[in-house]
Write a protein that binds this ligand. Sequence first.
Ligand code: GAF
Length: 394
Amino acid sequence: MTGHPAGRAATDVAERATAGFRQEYAAEPAGRWAAPGRANLIGEHTDYNDGFVLPFALSLRTVVAAAPQPGRTWTVWSELSGETVTFGAEDVTEPGRVTDWAAYVAGVVWALRDAGHDVGGARLAIASDVPLGSGLSSSAALEAAVLAALVDLGDLDLPVEKQPRLAQRAENVYVGAPTGIMDQSAVIRCREGHALFLDCRDESVEQIPFDPAAAGLTVLVVDSRAPHRHADGEYAARRRSCEQAAAQLGVPALRDIDVTGLDDALARLDDPETRRRVRHVVTEDQRVLDTVALLRAGRVREIGPLLTASHASMRDDFEITVPEIDTAVEAALAAGALGARMTGGGFGGCVLALVEADRADAVADAVTAAYAERGFTAPTHVTVQPAPGATRLR
Ligand code: GAF
């Protein structure tokens, strides 16, 4: 996970966006806006159950260099595809007219217009260090960076607390991915040195100090390199089964069951698979609360077992892990990680491990060796510290 795919010059992502803008439009951008990828410390598949999550932002970022252009036309160049796509007002009257990567940009324009904002035409150039398809929210980073640019360029009245919902609508309705509110909230609202404790029901947030380095620790993020296996269909299926379980239990969302009422709730459900899904969500909400309590008390070293328990719950009850991911977690723990879990929606993506800073290389090597033994494609890794959310670059 170097952030620089083969063949691309290893220059700073903001410089690449600026250079792309100059080359494509033979002009200077009016500004540059960045939004990070995210890792979720704990709280998986709880967001669409109105529950709790605890993500933090990464220093890997997507940068949009942009300037206004007359009329209602948007032109977008992307470093990754090397393509330029232009769309007009007629393409953002309803979802689905712009496809592929540019749909995330058109979706933001659509969502802004749908919410009544008079968004002006713009030229945009996008560069990114957030790896695609690794479960680190490259799509939310793109949406958030574009949104920040369009809000600033048009001087639109859209407070930052309202931006995650709008970006989520772009993804849910225009792109058509039924995701929850976590990723857009994380990439927009996270702060450096903190994890974002988000109540997904009312979107209230608390910035929780999370500074592993101060405790001699680091977070190792391993990209499993596992091909995403049916991730979209499986995500939608998990979401459906949670919603059906809540309806069966007569509550608005699974958030309304707490661990003390879990056994009673499970006894009212006939289907063993549904019981497992419910048990994951209810216990995961509690693990988020327990993690937050430990971090508030400055006991960062003690969160490891909660991370590992979260992984077991995703593996055994929610059934969203794959062999590469489980191998990475097991190898990290065997090599001395304090805790390890898959992060993100599942069926591939990344694992995060809380490790002693001076053991990070040894843990990464152990994961690589376990992969080699099983014949998996070699994983990549990076160590991370909580970084800031979306911002205009000066
Ligand atoms: C994906 C989704 F986009 C999030 O909303 C969340 O549900 C996550 O999977 C699982 O916690 O990242």
